[in-house]
Each structure stands twice: as structure tokens, then as C-alpha cells.
Design a protein. Structure first.
Length: 131
């Protein structure tokens, strides 16, 4: 099993219910091909860098999952058929460093309040001078 991330951009002209159904269909494509979804990140509607099919905005959704590499071609084929998706990108995490980064992203999405600890340094109070 390899680690993957998919970013899909859904048409913004759909209603909330239609967007949810499209996202459910995307997740169903992954799970029906043997994938195990680890995290989901709904980024919401954002402005696109350039218009795609006359759309200035799109609903961004990121899915982190593990799956066998042979299933990726079928998943991407099904994404291309889905007319409600403006764009999608599949990112594969191969090396140990990339898998570690993938695990950190999954933890960040699943536990948003548990952010990386911020190191606090002791700040010395400025000395007061008498005039």
C-alpha cells in the first residue's frame, strides 16, 4: 500500500447538497478500488488562479489515503469522466521523508487544535535607566 493525496476542485455552481454528493462519489471511487481514507480536508470555495471552463471559483477538497498503485489509473479515469470536477491532482508519497510528511499532514488535518508546539524563549525585560 502506498500513500496518496488527491486534491479535487468541484464546480462552484452546484448546491451544497450536490457538492456533498460529488465528494461522496469521489470517496466512493477510492474506497471501491481498495483504498483506505485516512483524512479529509474541505478547504471550501476559493478563487482560482485562472478561469477553468468559465468558472472563477471552485470548491477545493483534499483526501489523504493509502491504496495499491495499480488502482490509481482506474481512480483517475473515473475522475476524468465526472463532469462535476473541474480539476484533480494525485500526489504520490514514496520516500521515507515524504511518508513522514504525509503522516504529519494527516495528523494536522485530523487534530487541528494539536498544532506543532511553539518554542517560547525567555525574554529579558529591558533594564530601566534613571534620568
Amino acid at each position: 500500500m502506498r500513500h496518496y493525496e488527491n486534491l479535487v476542485i468541484v464546480k462552484p455552481t452546484l448546491t451544497e447538497e450536490e457538492i456533498k454528493n460529488t465528494i461522496a462519489a469521489v470517496e466512493e471511487v477510492i474506497t471501491s478500488n481498495g483504498g483506505e481514507i485516512s483524512a479529509r480536508d474541505a478547504m471550501g470555495i476559493r478563487k482560482l488562479a485562472y478561469p477553468i471552463a468559465k468558472n472563477e471559483r471552485g470548491y477545493f477538497y483534499v483526501i489523504y489515503y493509502t491504496i495499491e498503485p495499480a488502482a490509481i489509473s482506474e481512480i483517475e479515469r473515473r475522475f476524468r469522466i465526472n463532469e462535476e470536477l473541474l480539476r484533480f491532482v494525485t500526489i504520490k508519497y514514496d520516500t521515507k521523508r515524504e511518508v513522514t510528511a504525509w503522516n504529519q499532514l494527516v495528523d494536522k488535518v485530523n487534530n487541528p487544535r494539536k498544532a506543532a508546539p511553539v518554542k517560547e524563549e525567555a525574554v529579558a525585560a529591558p533594564e530601566e535607566t534613571e534620568a
